[in-house]
Design a protein around this ligand. Sequence first.
Ligand SMILES: [Fe+2]
Length: 477
Amino acid sequence: MKNFKILFLAFLFIINGNLFAQKDDSFIVRPYLQIGPNPNSQSIEILWQTAQVDAQWSLEYKTAENGTWTKANPPLMSEIKAKGINPRYLFTVTLNNLQPGQEFFYKVMRNGSDQFASKGKTLKAADQAYKFIAFGDIGANTREQKDIAMQAFKTNPDFVAVTGDIVYNRGLITEYDSKFWPIYNAEKADTNGVPMMSYIPFVAAPGNHDIETRNLDSYPEALAYYMFWSQPLNGPQKPEGSVLVPHLIANDENRASFLKSAGSKYPAMANFSFDYGNAHWTILDSNPYVDWTNKEILDWVEKDLAAAKNATWHFVMFHHPGFNSSRAHYEQQHMRLLSPIFEKGGVDVVFNGHVHNYQRSFPLTFKPDDNGDIVASEDLKRVRGRIVSGKWTLDKKFDGKKIKSPQGVIYIVSGAGGNDLYNVDQTTDTDNWMKFTSKFVSDVHSFTLAEVNGKTLEIKQITATGKVLDKFVIEKK
Ligand SMILES: [Fe+2]
């Protein structure tokens, strides 16, 4: 019986990662990992949020469980402030000199007393195998979101890539508090949430529900994406009012609070790239206020991919899919304009969300006829996207089983991570699929699990009960 108890406690430890629970009043958001502005396989950022400004916070870490604790540099602190919410303080510690792809141990202390401890995992080096999850349209606080989170947690990924629409409805600070942190950064694994973010980093592409709300006078705590995430700032640099960044609507006070809270992350953090393992990732802002016909920003994507030509895999992630068979959002085709650049840059897979279901395209190449026709919003005040016609070539020989060398880019919509599903009837109604669509599952929530082992990539689409909806393998020579 005693042995059983020890085993059970060990199991809880493995599942939860946390060495001991934090005291309730310590954190608004428990410590979570981020790849930070300069991702590499020896470093990681650890962030936490608290209401206490006067406490002395510190962090210690070790690379082996029986090793000795090392004091990290003191945390950097920034204030997050917006009209209508209590100020909170964001603490950030960067750990360097970690072992690539290995577990490490860390504990966070307040005034010298332990508040939180967990294992963490660093980014993989180019010669290490790894697995990641991609899902989007998640933070809606639904039963399905939590069930998908639990199943994703059970697959023990090395990182999670969020394809946008991180929280609904307006990317607010308080929406993260109710629909995001409790589910992915929970204290322990149960039916309400999982302790994933304290152990592995999440990376996100911003969706429309994350950063389209820019009226800070109506929604002062919007654009929380720029406050809570810590991701590279190496994308195209353009100011407000440019082809890349719309104007804020904000009085002096609301503007000042936001700019101080976001710091250098605004507006740069919507487009960026980084390497993870043997893959290069390019993350783009597909919100339709971005003019993706602009040569300067297209050039950035082209150069980014060219500079990463030695990477084994090239993944691109953004929110609005260019190739989508759903009746919902079908007209938002503006990201098709980037297909020739993706093809030239050797992109293997594009991960999207926005459409709340799962879709996989045939490997394809696409040549747009022109820049397409602008689709306006109903009130004619906003651009919703573009209808982009053109010529595509589909590789229907690729089956991901016997024939594993695709001719073209595979586009995946993984937008069934939590919010209500779209066009459930289209799962079986294959007549209403576009010809570029190879798989379409809209009647169940799901997430994408990708396993990368050298030149082999296996992708599965998995439900909350672990059922595999789709599976294919790509192999490189
Ligand atoms: Fe969306």
